[in-house]
Design a protein. Sequence first.
Length: 209
Amino acid sequence: MTVTALATLAALGAFHGLNPAMGWLFAVARGLQERSRSALLRALPPIAAGHLASVGIVAALVAATRSATTSTAVAVAGGVLLVAFGLWRLLSERHFRWAGMRLSSAQLAGWSFLMSSAHGAGLMLLPVLVAEPVSGGHAGHLAGAPVGALTGLAAAGVHTVAMLGVALAVALLVYQVLGVGVLRRAWFNVDRLWAGVLVAAGLVTLLRA
């Protein structure tokens, strides 16, 4: 992957880390509930693991199945899906609700997987993955599928490391300095911003197809 691709993946991960729906708010709630910073820190790795699984599945499938002859179709389909999903999130009146706070690590990972999938987290990597160079020919495509899948998983890994780092920083800042009261005074709808970014990414993907 190019430096630009890596930087883009990290930037998208950082954006996910800033989004409270992706987990840092849940981690802060755990820490406040148990009055322990350790509880906050213990909540974040399972959350990151669930996010990685959600993003990794999409990234591996896209990277493994692309070829010189199918990349355009993948880009168009992915772009349409991004735009449709983003518009649904913008227009939907439904809100995801937090589950009970006392969850095991496995339950936290499962919750994060479902939340990331529901928010279309893996779809955000499509513009980066479809822009990566691929080998031509059907035989080359089949032989390179495992390598492509590993590339997709690596992309998901870079993305998730950035997400975890930012989520950790935000969670600790809120827990130790600001407190949850700041959320009532300075809240803005990140979910709407996220949906708008989905639509924009879809349009970029379609224009580059």
